[in-house]
Design a protein around this ligand. Structure first.
Ligand code: ASP
Length: 425
């Protein structure tokens, strides 16, 4: 069995859905096909939640927009206008309508999960019905009957033991699942122990694919993307990006940690734990080899990788009375970071100051700084970039730091990192 994952871009319109059929047709294996919401649906549903919960925006108009988007795709995919998919999708939208019928009773995060998860239900129903029409006979699986989580809405934690048990049981006992060659299911969503829908964090479908692969002991996972594989830099920054043909789990985790966005950071661990290879391939050119991620480290150092994070703030914290920054201070600073849900991208300390580089957030960054200013002297620099180079050399450093003023520099054997800004004058 292989697990495939198709993200939003690979099901963004009718043409793209047809292409999914063409891709899977080329494989003889049993496939578990994990699909995200179509195109930008998750963003639209987020807007809908905000409009409903905070009364910011026109709920009905946003709902109509997303309905029109899905029905236009169905219209293009199904000639038979009496196909049951029309009623099915209509009924799936009713789940949102129920949720927004009354004033919100529960937390924002809970409401978010009940509404935003519908995007994945819609897309998988449409793709499954379309594939069946094309004689790519498949079984639609509600992934919530497998993926069990706690009730941390919007960032739910997986109950691995229960999920594994349910997955194995269901795939062994359920006739449709055990006999179907194709199983179509949702990424991103799960169910809490009270049986409410949860989500596992934006872009979480890669992680879903890895969870299912782990639990079902899959042979491999393939993430189908609109790029030929993992590249050594975001093409946004470089014209001459190179493809990474083969990297290790370790390298993939490092790249994801430093901010490479090709695969969700949580994806690698379950795959590494069971030695399941991961492929990143192009759905536009499925015969190309793409990138292979597995336990082999032999090619990790062949190509340097560059990861850029923009909109960074460097915050330097020191004691008002010139005393040392010691463990007690650090623990206080970190508890403030955690309270403001701020992730540290880089840190550095000296005798009397502790510096951190974080993503700029118009709300939390200043709140955090004000909180710390009660006890510390806090200086900060905005509009910075943080660049990480894996497997650097003098030339690669020169390439990214030319015409830049470097504020912080850190180097380890494999990784060089710079917090910097444009040189003025
Ligand atoms: N649809 C979700 C999102 O856009 C999950 C995913 O696509 O991975 O974040």
């Amino acid at each position: 069995m292989k697990v495939f994952k198709f993200g939003g871009a690979s099901v963004k319109d009718a043409q793209a859905v047809k292409n999914v059929g063409k891709v899977i047709q080329q494989f003889d294996d049993k496939l578990v096909i994990v699909i995200s919401a179509m195109g930008k649906t998750t963003n639209t549903l987020e807007k809908l939640v905000n409009a409903y919960y905070f009364k910011q925006g026109n709920v009905a108009a946003i709902l109509e927009e997303t309905k029109a988007f899905h029905f236009s795709i169905i219209n293009e995919l199904f000639e038979n206008k009496k196909h049951p998919i029309y009623t099915d999708i209509h009924n799936t939208f009713v789940e949102i309508e129920w949720e927004i019928e009354e004033e919100p009773q529960r937390s924002y995060d809970y409401v978010y999960d009940q509404i935003v998860s519908v995007g994945e239900l819609l897309s998988t129903k449409i793709v499954s019905a379309y594939l069946n029409e094309e004689h790519l006979t498949n079984t639609w699986l509600d992934v919530r009957s497998v993926i069990q989580t706690d009730n941390t809405y919007r960032n739910a934690n997986i109950n691995w033991k229960l999920t594994e048990q349910l997955a194995l049981e269901l795939f062994a006992k359920n006739k449709a699942l055990s006999t179907s060659n194709y199983i179509v299911t949702q990424g991103f969503i799960g169910a809490s122990s009270e049986n409410f829908t949860t989500t596992i964090g934006r872009e979480g479908s890669d992680f879903t694919a890895a969870i299912l692969a782990y639990c079902l002991n899959a042979e491999s996972v393939t993430i189908w993307k609109d790029v030929p594989g993992m590249l050594n830099a975001d093409p946004k920054w470089f014209d001459d990006t190179q493809q990474l043909n083969h990297i290790s789990y370790h390298e993939a985790v490092e790249l994801a940690y430093y901010g490479a966005t090709v695969i969700h950071p949580k994806t690698i661990k379950p795959l590494q734990n069971k030695k399941i290879p991961l492929l990143v391939k192009s759905f536009l050119d499925p015969n190309q080899k793409g990138t292979l991620v597995d336990g082999n480290t032999a090619e990790d150092e062949l190509i340097p990788s560059f990861i850029f994070k923009m909109q960074q703030v460097l915050i330097s914290i020191s004691a008002k009375d010139y005393s040392f920054i010691v463990e007690d201070n650090l623990s206080q600073i970190f508890s403030q970071l955690s309270a403001h849900k701020i992730t540290v991208n880089m840190m550095q300390n000296s005798a009397i100051s502790f510096s951190i580089c974080v993503d700029f957030n118009p709300f939390t960054t200043y709140q955090f700084i004000e909180e710390l200013q009660k006890e510390y002297q806090v200086l900060y620099n905005e509009n910075l970039e943080l660049v990480t180079i894996r497997h650097y050399d003098a030339a690669t450093i020169e390439r990214v730091t030319a015409n830049k003023q470097i504020l912080v520099e850190q180097k380890s054997r494999n990784t060089a990192r710079f917090v910097m800004k444009d040189k003025v004058g």
